[in-house]
Write a protein that binds this ligand. Sequence first.
Ligand SMILES: [Fe+2]
Length: 274
Amino acid sequence: MTKIVLISDVHFTRPGTDIIGLDPEQRLAMVLDDVRAHHADAEHIFFMGDLAHRGSREEYARLQHRLTDLPAPFTLMPGNHDRRAGFEAVFGHPFGPSVHDTPTHRIVCMDTLDEDAPDIHSGYVSDTQLAWALEQITETDLRSIVLTHHPLGAVGFDGMDGIALRNGAAVAQALRSTAQVDLVISGHVHRMISGSLQGLPIALVTSPCHQMPMALGPGSSALSVDEPGGYGVLLLSDAGPVLHDVRVGLNSAPPCEDDWSKTEDRDSLFPNQN
Ligand SMILES: [Fe+2]
């Protein structure tokens, strides 16, 4: 079984700048400490966009300083808060689609950032990139996992649904038509969400930092709340993908057993059933 760590929406800011009172650098440090402690056997770490809050060189430089001593190689994907020029100036290479193969799955990272989006924050996948993704998915016998920053469709928060992937329905239909995509995983909404879209299984991972409040329906896409941050742990095998939602900073008490949930002695657990 292959373990993959998914971290989305770290939103690094300039020094001394917070997001609704939260420090993104401190929140990411908590997540990375948790990854080092519990998932040092991960094969790869994907940072799924919104690396910086305002796309500045200063923010990317701060993030780069934090991306040391990670337990696995990592890939940096763009989100709507990122800017290509600032990223490339610091990291020395452009954003772009990429592929990572595991023994059972090909992970296809798509670039959904549209810096010219009419509403600033929605995403778009070009015909060229979609054709590239379909080729990557169909040229191998491996099953595929597709990673995108923007979700491909609506998830119930009207504000965020208004800035999802503008051509998400067409992308979902094309991906489903390959019959090789096991799961599409996105970020952007800052909540753990799962479901399916036109028969295509989808999931969203949460952010290490600020969360989308659980207020479905009308509301601003800028709504945020201070709830525990987290990340995703993806397990890949021949049986298919399993995605775990990990929260950090909830409780420092060590794990302990619940007597009623033990499995050793059926008669003592259910003494009056005969
Ligand atoms: Fe975000």
